[in-house]
Design a protein around this ligand. Structure first.
Ligand code: GRF
Length: 211
């Protein structure tokens, strides 16, 4: 499948450094994509401010305004569709997504998680890694399924865990790799190189340019 410009919808709750990595990769020509909407669950999310600064359409939708998670995700799916999003990226999104959203974007929701899944899913992955005394941790870009941090893995990157690491220092080392592999995973999608077979994501070889 030829490379094309992917329309990305990004969901974010916090600092937004992964959103920034996506925007930087696009600006540097390393990712053929457009961010069509950044939707946050709270107004204070720095990710939302970053998007506004970059002139990207934003929406803030508070879960508190909805009586059920299903109704909340129906609204999130609606605004993503309306914006023309093809792939949805969870970039530090603190809400658990439901089937309402997953069915609206089947196999088209991608998350970045700060551990080598299936180790340390859920919150405080770096703290979990330190508590277990692992010598290597890292990050995972994966498709999202109905279980938290369990979907088919696209890319992973490993980083060493050092003896004097704190949660903060380990998080920073992992974050640098998140910023590398998330845009890479999205570019693989844009290039049509990803296929899901059972739990595995197969990555087709790059097409060679004719010379
Ligand atoms: C990242 O560590 C990401 O893996 C996790 O939440 C953090 C978000 O960071 N899901 P940022 O908001 O992208 O800076």
């Amino acid at each position: 499948m030829p490379s094309r410009t992917l329309s990305l919808g990004v969901l974010a709750s916090g600092r937004g450094s992964n959103l920034q990595a996506i925007l930087d990769a696009i600006a540097q020509g390393q990712l053929s994509a457009t961010v069509v909407l950044v939707a946050g669950d709270r107004e204070e999310a720095q990710a939302v401010q970053r998007a506004r600064a970059a002139g990207i359409p934003t929406a803030v939708v508070s879960p508190k305004a909805f009586s059920t998670r299903d109704a909340y995700d129906a609204e999130i799916a609606r605004i993503l569709r309306e914006a023309g999003a093809e792939v949805v990226v969870l970039a530090g999104y603190m809400q658990i997504v439901t089937n309402r959203l997953l069915h609206a974007f089947p196999q088209r929701v991608i998350n970045i998680h700060p551990s080598l899944l299936p180790a340390f899913p859920g919150l405080h992955a770096q703290r979990q890694a330190l508590a277990h005394g692992v010598k290597v941790s890292g990050c995972t870009a994966h498709f999202v399924d109905e279980t938290v941090d369990s979907g088919a893995i696209i890319l992973q990157a490993a980083v060493p865990v050092l003896e004097d690491d704190t949660e903060t220092s380990l998080a920073e080392r992992i974050l640098a790799e998140e910023h590398r592999i998330l845009p890479q995973a999205l570019q693989l999608y844009a290039d049509g190189r990803l296929s899901i077979q059972g739990r595995r994501v197969l990555i087709a070889p790059a097409a060679h340019a004719l010379t």
